[in-house]
Every structure is written in C-alpha cells, then in structure tokens.
Design a protein around this ligand. Structure first.
Ligand SMILES: Nc1ncnc2c1ncn2[C@@H]1O[C@H](COP(=O)(O)OP(=O)(O)OP(=O)(O)O)[C@@H](O)[C@H]1O
Length: 290
C-alpha cells in the first residue's frame, strides 16, 4: 500500500500554505509535526479531497485518487481538527449513522461499533446524548467514527486535543494496534503524541517539508546540539532570547535550562542526550506560517 503525495502546492489567495510538498507513505504510523499554521490541515484536506491543490497530485497505489473518486474516499477514516456532532444524537446512534453514510454493512457495523466503543472507553455511555459529553469524550467518539469503516488510511488531525494523560496512553495503544497493514497519519504540534508510536516523522515548516525520517534517526542527528545549562535564576532574559530553549526545570535551588544550539551556548554547559522535542524545536521553531 503506497500513498504518494506528489509536488503539492496550495495557496489561499496570497497566503502560501503548502509549497511543492512530496512524500511517500507506506504501512505504518506517520507523525505530521509542525507549528500552528505550518500547513498540516491544508495537507490533510488535500489528501482527503476536501481541497483541490493548485499543483500536484495524490496517488494511491500509483493511481491518481481523483480518478478513483468514491473508491478512494471509502478507504479513508478521518477525524477533523474540530469535529462537529449532532448534540441530540446518542453516541451509538451517531456511530450507526456514520456506518450508514460510509456504506458499512449492518452486521459488520454493529460488531465494529461495539469493539470501538470498548476501545475508546465509551461503552457505558453509548446511550447518552452527545450534548452531555465532555470535550475528551467527544474527541474519543470522533476517533471511533473515523475508524468505523476499518479504513486503510486513517487520518487524524490533532487527535489528542482534550484527552487527559490516561486517555492519551489509551489512544496511543489503540493506534499502535490499528496501524498494522494500514497507513495512519497523525497531525499534531504536540511532540509527545507521536514520539513513541510514529514509525516516521514528517516535519513541516511554513508549508515546506523539512524532514521525513524515523524518530531515532532525527534524534541521532541532534547529538552534540543539546545542552544543559544550570543557572540560579531563569529571569536571565538575554540568555532566554538568544537561544532555543526546549525546557526549563527548577531543581534544588537552581534552574536547569535545556538549550538547543549548534555550539556550546555558554561556558559550563554540558552536552545531554537529545529527544524528539529538541528536533522539533531545532527545525520548526519559527514555523508559525504567518
Ligand atoms: N481558508 C483559509 N483562508 C486563508 N488562509 C488560510 C485558510 N486556511 C488556512 N490558511 C492559512 O494557511 C496556513 C496553513 O494553515 P493550516 O490550517 O493548514 O495550518 P496547520 O498546520 O494545520 O495549523 P494549526 O496547527 O493551527 O491547525 C496558515 O497560515 C493559515 O493561516
């Protein structure tokens, strides 16, 4: 299974959201990482056919998806960034409705709905109206509806918005299991969402593909570029402004500042092991797309 994004460009009037974006996705989990405005949602909208690109094409197994039409759409499961629900629907009713829209046979659908409600921990509230759900519960229902047709390609835009830490772990496990023999694309600006589950990370900055690689390879490239600096006060604005800071921790009377820098930032800084957060900061920190 191959999803090929070939030289995609898209602008909104004079705002360029994607420029000559190319990537090839095979079975596995892909983390699409970029800051707010980097172009993640635009890319997803192009893949799902919601938006037409100005340039470029999307191919599934070497066939132009525009030529596949509904055949391609039926292979996709999609959670938008801001999913809308009918508040008067009960969760179960809503999932049945999505099954009907997606042409899932009734028997298959009922089985799938039951499994998914279990997986997203909503079985107990299946007969409750969505209007009474918390943000996290709605998000989990959104994840379930995206998977109801057992899609070959699952695309989730900011999937963990509103989920508590326990639910995030549950979500990761669900995706890890689901991704076998499927393409899963997770768009987020939260690095920890994809750190442990992505086979590959796609870094997007201002509509341009910066990197596509395995998380470990990206982390390895950062060796020697991440430093720990201990200072008595973190109010050293000049220092904070001058360097890319990935974390500040107060510990035993001093601040430990995690700095991403090609060179040793100050005398006394010690080199430490990089992580994916550092990678993101290094490549994407100025990527607000504005
Ligand atoms: N309908 C639109 N009209 C004009 N500009 C738009 C439109 N949609 C998006 N943009 C702009 O295009 C750029 C990319 O936006 P996009 O929503 O794809 O980014 P994103 O990475 O998904 O951001 P976020 O994480 O905030 O959702 C941004 O600068 C955004 O302001």
């Amino acid at each position: 299974m191959i999803l090929k994004l070939d030289a995609i460009s898209k602008s909104y009037k004079d705002k360029e959201a994607l420029r000559d974006f190319s990537a090839t996705l095979k079975e596995g989990v892909y983390g699409l990482l970029g800051q707010n405005g980097a172009g993640k949602t635009t890319l997803i909208n192009v893949i799902t056919g919601i938006l037409n690109p100005d340039e470029g094409k999307v191919f599934f197994n070497d066939v132009d998806v525009k030529k596949m039409g509904v055949d391609f759409v039926s292979k996709i499961g999609y959670l938008p960034q801001f999913p809308q629900f009918y508040k008067n629907f009960e969760a179960l009713e809503f999932l049945r409705y999505i099954c009907a829209i997606k042409d899932v046979p009734e028997k298959t659908g009922e089985k799938r709905i039951k499994e998914l409600l279990e997986m997203v921990n909503l079985s107990d509230v299946a007969d409750k109206k969505i209007g009474t759900f918390s943000g996290g519960m709605r998000q989990r229902l959104g994840i379930a509806q995206a998977m109801v047709n057992d899609p070959e390609i699952l695309i989730l835009d900011e999937p963990t918005a509103g989920l508590d830490p326990k639910e995030r772990i549950r979500f990761r496990n669900l995706i890890s299991k689901f991704s076998k023999d499927r393409i899963v694309l997770l768009a987020t600006h939260i690095v920890s969402d994809v750190e442990y589950i992505a086979n590959e990370v796609i870094l997007l900055q201002k509509g341009i593909l910066i990197k596509q690689d395995k998380p470990m390879s990206l982390i390895d490239e950062m060796r020697g570029k991440v430093w720990e600096v201990k200072v008595d006060t973190a109010n050293n604005q000049e220092f904070l402004d001058k360097f890319s800071i990935s974390n500040i921790v107060f510990n035993e009377g001093h601040y430990s500042i995690r700095v991403v820098s090609e060179q040793k930032p100050v005398e006394g800084a010690s080199s430490i092991s990089p992580n994916l957060e550092d990678v993101f900061l290094h490549y994407c920190e100025t990527g607000d797309g504005k």
